[in-house]
Each structure stands twice: as C-alpha cells, then as structure tokens.
Design a protein around this ligand. Structure first.
Ligand code: SAH
Length: 414
C-alpha cells in the first residue's frame, strides 16, 4: 500500500524553504515562490501548488476583555485530538493552543496590536506562579502551529475591520534594507494588523528552539508574513543552553534585531530556586554570565528583563536593591544608556493560587526603589485578567499534571 505524502505547509517555512520542499516533490521552485507570497499576502489558499496545503487549527473559543486601549482577545485553537496515545488513554479530551491579542497605544497615539503566542501546549519548567506550569508539558508546537497562531490572529483582526473581503494587511511592512517601511499608507486605509509578536504565551521557547526559530524565520520573511525581526521577542525562563545557541543565532544576517526577554523574577538564588525549579540547574551567576555574552554580541540592542512581583515572596525593599545589583552590568555597559530594561509584572493569580495579586501601592513602591538604584524599570499594565488571559494565566484547567503523566522530550530539562 502506498501512503500519500503529507502536504507541504508554507506555514513555518521561509519562501526558499518552501520552494525547496516543493522542488523535492517535483514542482518547479519558481511558481512555488510566487505562490508562497500570494498565500501570505492575499490569504489565498488556492494559490498553493498541489503538493502544498496550509492547515490552520480552528478557533474554538474567544474571550474578550475591554481595556483603555481597546479589546484584549484571548483565542483558543483546537489541535487534533491526542489520538490513541497516553494522553487519550488518560482522558485528556483534546489539545488547545492559547494566544492573546493585546491592544497597545503608541506614543504617537497610534493603536497597535501585540500578539502573545504559545510555543508549547503546557510547559515543563514548573514555575510555581504560572498557570501553564500546572499542566506540565503536554507537547511542543511545530513551527507551522506557531505561525498558525499569527494567521488566526490576523484573521480575527481583519474580520473585525470589516470582514473576509478586507484588503491584505502588508502595505507598510518593511523591506529588508529599508527599516523605516515602504510607502506610507494613510492610516484609514490600513486595516489593523499584528505589529509585534512576543513568545510569552504557553511554554518555554528555548525548550522548543528549532521550531521557534523556524517560525520566526517564516514570520520575518519579507516575502511572506513580513514582520520586522525587531518586532518579534522571545521570552525565556533562562535556559542557559538555549541562550548560548541564541548567541550564535543573533549574529547571523537578518537575526540581529530579534528581541530577547529574560524572566528573572527573583533577586537571589534562594528565592529563584523556590519559584523557578530551573534555577537549581542554572543559577543566577551563570545566567548573568551568559546574558553578558549575549549583550557583548548584540551591542546596544535592548534586552528586556521581566520580574513577576509576588506579595511576600520577592517584593521587599531589600529585594529591589539586590535585584538592582544583579542587573547593574546591563545598565552600565553602554555609555549610550540602558541596555537592560526591567518590566515589573504584577502577579496575576493562577488558579488555586497561594498568593494574592500585589497591591497597586506595592507595585509602585517596588518600581520606585529600582529607579532609585538607577534601573530603568517600568510597570507592565495588566490586561486580560478577568478572562485568564493575562501573563501566566494561560492553561487548560482540565489538563492538570495530576490527571496524566506529562510527555517528556529529550529537549526538556530533567
Ligand atoms: N517561558 C517563558 C514565556 C512564558 S511566560 C518565560 O518564562 O519567559 C511570559 C511571562 O509571564 C514571563 O515573564 C513569566 O515570568 C510571566 N508570568 C508567568 N506567570 C505569571 C503570573 N501568574 N503573573 C504574572 N506574570 C507571570
């Protein structure tokens, strides 16, 4: 019996990668290249050659929360059922990917949209404050499934702006050598689009780095989705092995502007060990060394440090002072200003949380203490909390570690 080959998906591939894959199936690469661009720009599935197809997981749920800047939308895409494997045997009904579209108001008053994508269903890192960690790692997402989140988000925005017939959304995207963008289009003619992508949804991107990098390469392909590399940020718990790989990646042409964020979340090893088990493997000393190596190759490009502020755990004045000391080299290495910027994220209580959310005053105080120590600190505005769409609140309550044995992969830290 001959099995039909799997269709080649343009999602998660660069134009060259797609053309090569089509060529391997006997299709000439030139039309495949043109098809790739038409597919992404005109959202035209019919443009794809016979050997190709794009499967985008359907949106099965959508939750909106209105805030000052607009509407934060959490949407859920349903992957195939877990099949006949262990997850199915243990009663896990289906696998869902969660993503969030967050509206932002720029300094000029322009409204932008940041998409928070997931790199895995669940997460193996086990951070005590995070909802996703309660699921354990169910499975890593493919590059195609990651780019599929961007596709789905764009469809939602286009739908909101006037339906399926809305014009394509690429008018102002940059070309590789033109970072300021193409011919500007009057704002009223530009339908809303995803302006920024952050890997801050479910999962640890450096635990699935090959697929994440393939997804980023696709998203940043100027003949495809055309996101500027500088508009994409990978946020990590601090896997030192993955950060070492990123040192090589960000030195390659086209990758220099990739945004990076590190979730520090603690002022010292004692506290970090308690809330982030990974710290027992790679402590804050080693973490700082690898971050300094990264800074050395990235020059003056900013690195974002994140700090989830948890009442009674890491929110004291002495913690701010100790954290500032750890961050000092990132503040002082460049004469042209701060490389490291700290984002203080008020803890969003996960389900069954042992901690409450911090008070407004304690967040303000903590930011103030850091600033007094010379750190460029900002408070991250909380959006989506009522819909469990805020930072660290993504996760399916019906998939909890106690319900099944998590899948482990050889990429996962044991
Ligand atoms: N694994 C990656 C990305 C996922 S979480 C990482 O650790 O960076 C994205 C951000 O949300 C991280 O900075 C994480 O520390 C933060 N976060 C996790 N749980 C949170 C919670 N309950 N409240 C506020 N922020 C949280």
């Amino acid at each position: 019996m001959t099995s039909t080959p799997q269709p080649i998906s343009p999602l998660g591939k660069t134009r060259d990668g797609f053309a090569d894959a089509c060529a391997a199936h006997g299709h000439s690469p030139h039309p495949a290249r043109a098809a790739y661009t038409r597919f992404f720009r005109e959202r035209d599935h019919d443009a794809l050659p016979a050997c190709a197809a794009a499967k985008i997981a359907p949106i099965v749920n959508r939750l909106d929360e209105t805030c000052e800047e607009g509407v934060t939308t959490k949407f859920v895409q349903r992957l195939d059922r877990p099949g006949t494997g262990r997850l199915a045997d243990q009663g896990v009904p289906h696998l869902d990917i969660e993503s969030v579209i967050i509206p932002m108001l720029g300094r000029t008053g322009r409204k932008t949209h940041t998409l928070c994508v997931s790199s895995q269903v669940g997460c193996a890192m086990g951070c005590g404050f995070c909802e996703t960690a309660q699921m354990g790692l169910v499975r890593s997402l493919s590059a195609s499934e990651i780019v599929g989140q961007w596709w789905a988000a764009r469809e939602l925005l286009i739908e909101e702006a006037g339906g399926a017939g809305a014009p394509p959304v690429f008018e102002t995207h940059h070309t590789p050598n033109n970072q300021t963008g193409g011919t500007p289009v009057p704002p009223s003619d530009v339908p809303p689009k995803i302006d920024n992508i952050v890997f801050m949804g479910m999962g640890e991107p450096l635990d699935n780095l090959d697929e994440v990098l393939a997804a980023v390469a696709c998203l940043a392909d100027h003949t495809g989705p055309g996101m500027p590399m500088s508009a994409i940020t990978i946020s990590t718990v601090g896997r030192v092995d993955g950060l070492r790989r990123l040192i090589d990646v960000v030195q390659q042409t086209g990758w220099k502007r990739l945004g990076l964020a590190l979730s520090v979340n603690a002022p010292n090893d004692e506290i970090r060990d308690q809330i982030m088990p990974l710290n027992k493997k790679w402590g804050m000393g080693e973490l700082r060394e690898v971050m300094l190596d990264l800074v050395a190759v990235r020059g003056s490009r900013k690195i974002l440090f994140e700090y989830v502020l948890i009442p009674g755990v890491n929110d004291a004045h002495e913690h701010a002072i100790e954290l500032a000391r750890w961050l000092q080299p990132f503040v002082r290495t460049q004469s042209r200003g701060h490389i490291g910027m700290l984002n203080v994220i008020p803890y969003n209580p996960r389900r069954d949380s042992p901690w409450p959310a911090p008070s407004e005053e304690s967040v303000e105080a903590f930011v103030g203490w850091l600033r007094a120590e010379g750190i460029f600190a900002k408070r991250r505005r909380t959006k989506g909390r009522t819909q469990m769409a805020a930072c660290g609140q993504l996760g399916a309550p019906d998939i909890r570690k106690r319900n099944y044995t998590p899948v482990t992969t050889n990429q996962t830290v044991g």
